[in-house]
Design a protein around this ligand. Structure first.
Ligand code: ADP
Length: 552
């Protein structure tokens, strides 16, 4: 049997025993009154035997109820059945005694007392609906056993009034049966609903408890705050990491735990957030003692009782930052240490292969040229790594100046022409808008152009043409584009193009060399100019890389 049904059965049984007392009180009072009223009309012996029997059965039922309540903690389903049977014995015996009243206590020639007897038995039958309607068999048997002898008794009397009484009792009996059925159904429904409510409440409590435990044992600090920033809930870890008590934090707001400079960044981050979305923000938290530490916070918008709230999980990233710093310092030191000797090696190799120290044997020249090329590639890599490191540590400084776009693009073409020639590629300046003055870091922008032009040349087919053009997007934004007619970029690589160290994984690309850092650095430089870099590409047709720069 399902757990739910078992719970209903046990609740039914408890209700039966709970209502026993009402039935007993009614039985005792009614049986005594009936005995008194019939005292002069029925043999005293019969009356007393009946009264004593009914009192004894009432005592039995009362004791049974007490025992049931005292042992209610160990009621297994089997025991429940036994308790229901015991109850039934009590109620059927009581019904039998009321039924026998219609036979033994029926005052033959006294209609008023007959009516009184019918009134008392009918009242007991009606009362049974309240106290016995948790068990169908109990209430039906009580109604049948108490009322059927009475109505037979009336029908068998010769007088017409008695027959009329009998008919009324029959009608009354049918109505009571119907009422018992309805009361039983309503009782079961109520019990079932009550059990469901209790179960729902229990599972709600359990999940609340699980959620609390999860939060309190989390290693990240948790904050729940409203859109004004006032805290609504925080976990243990939040208190520990900030040095405040929970009560203190619950009277504070995000403003109190953020560095002032960080507050705006944090507020901006969640102003556009939609329910179900998640964003990550790096910020600095301030402890109660004034010291600060870096955190990586993950923010989500949740709606609780129609109120939008922000749930924040903040992780202390002090250790990670320290390790990152150490790693960056190491990379930076190694790169700097390598760059100086490599530059001098490349200089010497260039001079030797250029014939500065005399004519070299052909084989020696070829080998030195190879060494020169590889040294150059190593220098590119080192320069890119150093740039990347500057970008990541926020040390990429910009020196803005105003200059005209035409000489700038001409120089970009000139400087990269030799590289393009290696691939048999030609740069063509097309559709250049005159009179455009850029305000930018010229050498950094030249670095971006060098990257785009060298990529375009590198990935063009032989004898290909690479076009450079400008296009005014609006009064204050200019677009500079570099278009090649090469292999194009496969769709599945589009999302990775600007990632660090990303190169399309084909032997062809690998053969062409490169570090996979160029576009990532270009993106950072353009963004430092408050611009945007992007591309469009068709496989087999070609690629256009472009960047938009604000003119003011
Ligand atoms: P790399 O030093 O490898 O050129 P980049 O960051 O400049 O590094 O470019 C990353 C990758 O993007 C390249 O390796 C190449 O796979 C792809 N790519 C960039 N420009 C083009 C282009 N014009 N045509 C085809 N693929 C390109």
């Amino acid at each position: 049997m399902k757990a739910h049904n078992l719970t209903i059965l046990s609740e039914q049984t408890s209700q039966l025993y709970g209502a026993v007392n009402k039935g007993i009180i009614a039985t005792v009072i009614n049986s005594i009154i009936l005995t008194v009223v019939l005292w002069s009309y029925i043999s005293h012996i019969i009356l007393l035997i009946w009264l004593i029997s009914i009192l004894l059965i009432s005592i039995f039922r009362y004791l049974l109820a007490i025992k049931y309540i005292n042992t209610s903690t160990d009621h297994t389903p089997d025991k429940m059945n036994i308790w229901r049977q015991r109850f039934l014995i009590g109620s059927v015996t009581a019904a039998l005694l009321w039924g026998t009243a219609s036979i033994w206590l029926f005052p033959k020639d006294d209609l008023p007392r007959q009516v009184f007897l019918a009134f008392v038995i009918g009242g007991m039958a009606a009362g049974s609906i309240i106290s016995l309607s948790y068990l169908k068999v109990a209430v039906y048997s009580f109604l049948c056993i108490t009322l059927i002898p009475l109505l037979i008794r009336f029908f068998y009397s010769e007088n017409e009034l008695s027959v009329a009484m009998g008919s009324m009792i029959l009608l009354y009996f049918l109505v009571l049966i119907q009422a018992a059925k309805q009361t039983f159904n309503t009782n079961i429904q109520n019990i079932s609903m009550r059990i469901e409510n209790i179960q729902q409440l229990q599972s709600l409590n359990e999940s609340e408890h699980r959620y609390e435990t999860l939060l309190e044992t989390a290693t990240d600090a948790f904050f729940l705050h409203d859109l004004n920033g006032s805290f609504i809930n925080v976990n243990n870890q939040a208190c520990q990491s900030l040095g405040y008590s929970k009560n203190e934090l619950l009277t504070m707001s995000v403003e109190d735990i953020f560095e002032l400079t960080e507050k705006e960044k944090y507020m901006n981050a969640w102003s556009d957030l939609k329910a179900g979305e998640n964003i990550r923000v790096e910020a600095m938290h301030r402890r109660k003692d004034g010291t600060t530490f870096p955190v990586e916070a993950s923010l989500g918008l949740v709606v609780i009782k129609n109120k939008p709230l922000l749930s924040v999980l903040a992780r202390d990233v002090t250790d990670r930052k320290r390790i990152d710093k150490m790693k960056n310092e190491f990379v930076s030191t190694v790169s700097h240490e390598l760059r100086t000797p490599l530059t001098s090696i490349r200089g010497s190799l260039g001079l030797i292969t250029g014939g500065a120290v005399g004519v070299l044997p052909k084989e020696a020249k070829e080998m030195l040229e190879l060494a020169n090329n590889n040294t150059e590639r190593l220098l590119f890599l080192i320069n890119d790594i150093l740039d990347m490191q500057k970008i990541e540590s926020g040390q990429l400084e910009m020196e803005f100046e105003t200059f005209n776009i035409i000489p700038f693009l001409n120089r970009a073409v000139e400087e990269n022409d030799a590289y393009a020639k290696q691939y048999g590629v030609k740069f063509v300046l097309k559709k250049i808008d005159n009179d455009i003055e850029l305000c930018a870091d010229k050498s950094r922008l030249m670095q971006v152009m060098a990257n785009l032009l060298s990529n375009a040349a590198k990935f063009s087919s032989e004898n290909g043409v690479v076009e450079i053009s400008t296009d005014l997007q609006s009064n204050d934004v200019v677009r500079i584009s570099v278009t090649d007619h090469g292999l194009g970029i496969p769709k599945d690589f589009h999302s990775k193009v600007f990632e660090k160290f990303s190169q399309q994984d084909s032997s062809d690309t690998r053969k062409k060399g490169g570090t996979g850092l160029g576009l990532s650095i270009s993106k950072a430089i353009i963004e430092k100019h408050r611009g945007r870099i992007d591309f469009s590409s068709n496989e087999g047709v070609g690629t256009t890389f472009y960047f938009d720069l604000p003119l003011k």
